[in-house]
Design a binder for this molecule. Structure first.
Ligand code: UDP
Length: 237
C-alpha cells in the first residue's frame, strides 16, 4: 500500500462543487466524478471525513439580506447541506464504499447524529464519514464546520477543494496575470484577506496548527495526489 502523507483527512466540498457547470442544484455527472476520486483515495488506505456545503441550494446570508430572519435562513442552509450529503452518500455507496452521514442537527430517520467518538470509530473502520448540517448553529459556515470537525477528529490536514488550482494573489478567473502561492501562513491569509476559508475557520486552524491544502477538485487524481504527498495547490500552515 502507498505510504500516505495524510492518513486521515477532512475534505471540504462546497455545495457549488456539486453543481458542476449548471451552477445550481446537484449535477449527477459532477458528483460521480468527485465520488470516484474519493473512493480511490479511500482505497489507498486514507481515512476520509467530508464536510459538505449547501451554497448550491441555499445560502442563509444572501436570503437574509433580502429580509428573512438570519437564523431561520441559516437553518435552511444547514438543511441544504443534508440534501447534498445524501446525494454524495448515494453515489459513494453505489461505487462500493461504506459511508455514514452524520448530522449536527438530529434527524434520526435520515442519518446518524454527529457523535465525535462514533465518527472516530467509523473512520477507524475505513468508513467515509459525511458530516452534514454544518456546526448545527446559525451564523456559521461549513468552512468553520470543516475546521471544527478536523480538530475534533484529529485529522492530519483539511483538504479544501475548489474550482481553481490554489490560492492566488487576485481572482484568477478575471485576472490572467494572477500568481498562485504554493505556501502561505495563516496570518498571510488573514492580513491579505485571501479567499481560502472564512476568517473564523482560518483562526481556528491557526490556533490548532491544522494545515489546509487548497487544490483544484477538477484536476484528475487531485485528492489522491494530495493525500499521497504530491505538491498540489497551495498549503496554508
Ligand atoms: N450554515 C449555518 N451554520 C453552519 C454551516 C452552514 O448556518 O454551521 C448555513 C449558512 O446559511 C450557509 C449555508 O448553511 O450559508 C450553506 O453553507 P455554506 O455557505 O458554508 O456552503 P458552501 O459555500 O460551502 O457551499
Amino acid at each position: 500500500m502507498t505510504k500516505l502523507k495524510y492518513k486521515r483527512v477532512l475534505l471540504k466540498l462546497s455545495g457549488e462543487a456539486l453543481a458542476g457547470d449548471q451552477g445550481f442544484g446537484i449535477d449527477p455527472v459532477t458528483v460521480n466524478a468527485i465520488s470516484k476520486e474519493i473512493v480511490d483515495s479511500s482505497g489507498l488506505g486514507a481515512e476520509i471525513a467530508l464536510v459538505i456545503g449547501g451554497g448550491n441550494i441555499f445560502r442563509g446570508v444572501s436570503v437574509s439580506s433580502k429580509g428573512m430572519d438570519r437564523a431561520s435562513a441559516d437553518y435552511m442552509g444547514m438543511l441544504a447541506t443534508v440534501m447534498n450529503a445524501l446525494a454524495v452518500q448515494d453515489v459513494l455507496e453505489k461505487m462500493g464504499a461504506e459511508t455514514r452521514v452524520m448530522t449536527a442537527i438530529s434527524m434520526h430517520e435520515v442519518a446518524e447524529p454527529y457523535i465525535r467518538r462514533r465518527a472516530l470509530r467509523h473512520l477507524e473502520k475505513k468508513r467515509i464519514v459525511i458530516c452534514a448540517a454544518g456546526t448545527g448553529n446559525p451564523f456559521f459556515t461549513t468552512d468553520t464546520a470543516a475546521a471544527l470537525r478536523a480538530m475534533e477528529l484529529k485529522t492530519d490536514a483539511i483538504l479544501k477543494a475548489t474550482k481553481v488550482d490554489g490560492v492566488y494573489d487576485k481572482d484568477p478567473v478575471n485576472n490572467p496575470d494572477a500568481v498562485m502561492y504554493s505556501r502561505l501562513t495563516y496570518l498571510d491569509v488573514l492580513k491579505k484577506q485571501l479567499k481560502v476559508m472564512d476568517s473564523a475557520a482560518i483562526s481556528l486552524c491557526m490556533d490548532n496548527n491544522m494545515p489546509i491544502n487548497v487544490f483544484n477538485l477538477f484536476q484528475a487524481k487531485s485528492i489522491s495526489g494530495v493525500i499521497s504527498g504530491q505538491e498540489i495547490g497551495t498549503v496554508v500552515h
